[in-house]
Design a protein around this ligand. Structure first.
Ligand code: GLA
Length: 384
């Protein structure tokens, strides 16, 4: 039934007749440069056409009523009360909204309530940044005049919601690309200075195909914070040896000073991955897509063996993809421990690719993989 009536009709059914505004916030794929943003290096993300849509009607009072179609659930709360987050609590989807609104409240933004209908084409918790997309969307809806002119501030405030209240000590990449992305382009972003360059993401004869392992990213939060801490420890040792602002700036030869094997592996990934990003960006610019694809696979190997954030299922997706004729590169994308891979596949081989990898993956893991072909789109925005 839901598909037969429009989102506007569903909104009116829930909240009554009247003027409706509409917004969209994309998800993101990072082409290359994983676990680099919090180490001060460069990343190469894109904003994708899978994302979250919101229909909104402003209210005169302070009530916020949000219906999330993905969960068939409505959450209602008042902007007058401060939102309290318990340490290590399991979060409800509405907590991401409250965390963002709390940052706006902390910033003394004047807000009135709203009725909101949210529908998403982004698979939840699959490494395509559904939480950053929601945080950027909510911040944008409630403070559009300011954020439409200051998109770096939007990214930073959405990141703050995640760090301060959701308690994932994330970098800036996800919120930055969702707030600043441009159709058909990747952003080469230096995460320390926030210097950005648009790079046309033209893959020529190849198509970007996203593969969802459908493995929930259960360990992601704790392991993510653990990796970050390991990088900080490695940098504490290395910054005394190299004059460097960030772990990404340390010279590869200085790795020899790390006696602890784990710290060595983590720092090695970070330093070499950062170099790979800069090289890959040049390859993309010059249209050498085959060589670009190879860098994706190199990145995956490093994330699996040195940074240890992959998992069996992601490795199987990368394995079968790279063994398929017509696929020129594959890697996990995002934080890891489940979630999605990206691949570059010859356009006329996509159908066969999906059926081959899907079948092999199922045989090996008993799981169904999902496949998405996406466009590269603009940042979070008002539709009407
Ligand atoms: C998550 C974080 C990002 C980034 C990636 C790994 O998506 O939110 O800040 O660190 O993992 O590259």
């Amino acid at each position: 039934m839901q598909d037969l009536i429009t989102a506007e009709q569903r909104f009116i059914h829930l909240f009554g007749d009247g003027k409706i505004e509409s917004f969209f916030s994309p998800g993101r794929v990072n082409l290359i440069g994983e676990h680099i943003d919090y180490n001060g290096g460069s990343v190469l993300p894109i904003a994708i056409s899978l994302g979250i849509s919101a229909l909104v009607r402003r209210r005169a009072d302070a009530m916020v009523n949000v219906h999330a179609e993905t969960f068939s659930e409505t959450s209602s709360f008042s902007l007058d009360t401060d939102f309290v987050f318990q340490k290590n609590a399991t979060l409800h989807w509405s907590d991401y909204i409250k965390a963002t609104l709390q940052v706006l409240k902390d910033n003394k933004v004047k807000m009135s309530g709203a009725d909101i209908l949210i529908s998403s084409t982004l698979p939840v918790g699959s490494g395509l940044s559904s939480s950053a997309s929601l945080e950027c969307l909510i911040a944008f809806i409630f403070n559009e005049n300011y954020y439409s002119k200051n998109r770096v501030a939007l990214a930073k405030d959405a990141q703050l919601a995640e760090r301060k209240y959701v308690e994932v000590n994330c970098g800036i990449m996800d919120q930055y690309i969702i707030a600043n992305g441009k159709a058909d382009n990747a952003i080469l972003l230096h995460c320390d200075s926030l210097k950005q360059t648009f790079i046309p993401a033209d893959f020529g004869d190849y198509q970007l195909v996203i593969l969802n392992s459908n493995v929930p990213r259960s360990l992601a939060t704790s392991k993510y914070n653990e990796r970050r801490a390991e990088c900080e420890t490695a940098f504490t040792i290395l910054k005394n040896i190299d004059i460097a602002e960030n772990l990404c700036d340390v010279h590869e030869v200085s790795l020899a000073f790390l006696e602890d094997d784990i710290l060595y592996q983590r720092a090695k990934h970070v330093i070499l991955e950062n170099k790979r990003v800069l090289y890959a960006a040049e390859l993309l610019k010059s249209g050498d897509i085959e060589a670009f694809g190879q860098q994706l696979t190199e990145s995956h190997i490093s994330l699996d063996t040195d940074y240890e954030v992959s998992c069996f299922e992601l490795n199987m997706l990368v394995h079968y993809s790279t063994h398929f004729e017509g696929c020129i590169g594959a890697r996990m994308t995002g934080a890891g421990f489940g979630g999605c891979c990206i691949t570059l596949v010859k356009k006329d081989r996509i159908k066969k690719f999906i059926s081959y990898v899907g079948k092999k993956y199922k045989e090996k893991t008993q799981l169904e993989a999902s496949f998405y072909l996406v466009d590269i789109v603009d940042s979070v925005r008002r539709i009407k």
